[in-house]
Design a protein. Structure first.
Length: 507
């Protein structure tokens, strides 16, 4: 998939940018783990609770409170590391990452610095090109454990950011939720494919997290967020250029767009004799641009030091091997199994992958729908809605179970495809489950012969010349009458039955 970036006076057209410069990317993906309680206390982690209702002295950093490490979070992190081919440290520890910002009530974040739990892994992905699929190995530098921060809300102003706001509020429910950060090494040698590689990698990583069952990876809820680093250099043999870091990108589409935009922005700077500033940048979904955040801190700016309130973590080797033995099949293996079971071609399966619909179709099939119908709706009407809203399929407010119910209503004759699209529209608009939308909108197919015969007779009477052609043996002319009946019944008639009645009434 290619998503164009805005081109203006401060941007270079993408083709020109990659012709002049070699892009290098690095990705830092933050994943909230799906534990019942927080990383260092017993507070709940449920999304959407009332602000500051899931807090305690420990996650609020009150004096005298002490952290206790969540064993399930450690187990989940080890499983992620093993699935990525990482070495699991025999001994690691936490550190305090110090900074002054109100979203972390302790004024430091408990994280891992120079001694992470997972090191030296990789994730192999395939990127679609005009010449077929290109394999790319993305090397993983580290996977480390930490706690998430609170969520700030800046009220007033036009941007929703702190600058220009009237005041700010902080919800500490998220503060302390178990978080892992998966950090790649620089991804070199992919040239103009850099934006696509970024999207495909994050897509594959999200699929892996779901397969492992360690997170719901709901990007729209912030449980998976990506920081995208981009730098340019003239030649692949040159040293790495100065990088920017676009923070907290929260959709697959936006990961690609943000990388593409940064390449065009930096190329314009460098080609005009300017220089790239090492800084964080904000991604704006509505305009498709990045804007400066802050000058990028170096590690020493955070004044890391070992966390004195937590003992080091030394995973037992037998436990690690037990976790390794229990890993599920890799997503790629599962996709090949599904492709064989469903009888799909390589192109059909890749289309599902590109749409981010494999798991959604699988869940819809598990809910009772035939896979052909499940694929049809997810890659058709629902993808169209997602594209129109600029979001991923998983962000749509419609579940696989609801899609399966729409399929069932079509199969049983209650809906036709046109009405089914209206039902999907209603579900996405928050009008309820499919059956509720059908009832509220009065969308059921008209299958009563009495009502249909009346509509057919009215249409025939209104078009006597067409009726005469049908009586003369030109059955193709029946299509005009069928169309008139469908229009008269707002698309709610059974078109097949209408045609039968038209031919019957003209004999």
């Amino acid at each position: 998939m290619t998503v164009g970036a805005q081109v203006g006076p401060d941007l270079l057209p993408y083709d020109e940018a990659v012709a002049q410069f070699d892009p290098v990317i690095g990705l830092e993906v933050h994943v909230e783990l799906g534990t019942v309680s927080k990383m260092f206390c017993g507070c709940a982690t449920e999304f959407g609770a009332a602000p500051n209702s899931q807090v305690c002295p420990t996650c609020l950093g009150l004096p005298g409170s002490l952290p206790v490490l969540n064993r399930t979070a450690v187990e989940s992190t080890i499983r992620v590391g093993l699935a990525l081919g990482c070495d699991i440290a025999e001994w690691c520890r936490f550190a305090r990452k110090n900074y002054f910002y109100p979203d972390m009530p302790k004024n430091f974040q408990t994280s891992q610095y120079d001694e992470p739990i997972c090191l030296d892994g990789h994730l192999d992905v395939e990127v679609p090109t005009a010449d077929g699929m290109r394999p790319v190995r993305v090397e993983i530098e580290r996977v480390h454990m930490e706690e998430d921060t609170g969520k700030s809300l800046h009220v007033g102003g036009a941007t929703g950011r702190i600058h220009g706001a009237d005041y700010s509020l902080v919800d500490y429910n998220r503060a302390g939720i178990p978080l892992i950060e998966i950090v790649t090494r620089p991804v070199e040698g992919v040239g103009s494919l850099a934006p696509e590689v970024a999207r495909v990698y994050v897509t594959a990583l999200r699929e892996l997290m779901r397969t492992l069952g360690v997170s719901d990876v709901r990007m729209e809820q912030g449980s998976l967020r990506c920081d995208a680093n981009v730098s340019l250099r003239r030649l692949p043999t040159d040293p790495l250029g100065t990088r920017s870091e676009t923070k907290n990108v929260n959709s697959l589409r936006s990961v690609e767009r943000a990388v593409r935009y940064e390449i065009t922005r930096q190329a314009a700077l460098l080609s005009s004799g300017g220089r790239v500033v090492q800084e964080t940048r904000h991604w704006h979904e509505d305009t498709g641009v990045t804007t400066p955040g802050r000058s990028k801190e170096q590690a020493e700016d955070y004044r890391y030091f070992p966390e004195p309130d937590l003992v080091p973590v030394a995973p037992d080797r037998a436990w690690v091997e037990e976790l390794r033995a229990g890993l599920p099949a890799a997503p790629g293996t599962r996709r090949r199994e599904l492709q064989e079971t469903w009888g799909l071609s390589e192109f059909e399966m890749q289309s599902l992958v590109n749409a981010g619909a494999v798991e959604l179709v699988e869940a819809t099939v598990a809910a009772g729908a035939p896979q052909e119908a499940a694929r049809k709706w997810w890659t058709g009407e629902l993808s169209r809605n997602a594209n129109a809203q600029g979001v991923d399929l998983t962000a749509l407010p419609m579940t696989p179970e609801q899609v399966a119910r729409v399929v069932a209503l079509v199969d049983e004759g209650t809906l036709n495809d046109k009405l089914a699209r209206q039902v999907i529209e209603g579900v996405l608009a928050g009008e309820g489950d499919p059956d509720e939308v059908v009832a509220k909108r009065g969308l059921a197919v008209v299958s009563d012969d009495g009502a249909l015969i009346a509509a057919v007779d009215e249409a025939l009477a209104a078009a006597p010349d067409v009726a005469e052609k049908i009586r003369g043996g030109k059955e193709a002319a029946a299509g005009a009458i069928v169309g008139a009946v469908m229009k008269a019944t707002r698309g709610q008639a059974d078109a097949g039955r209408v045609r039968e009645l038209v031919l019957e009434r003209c004999t």
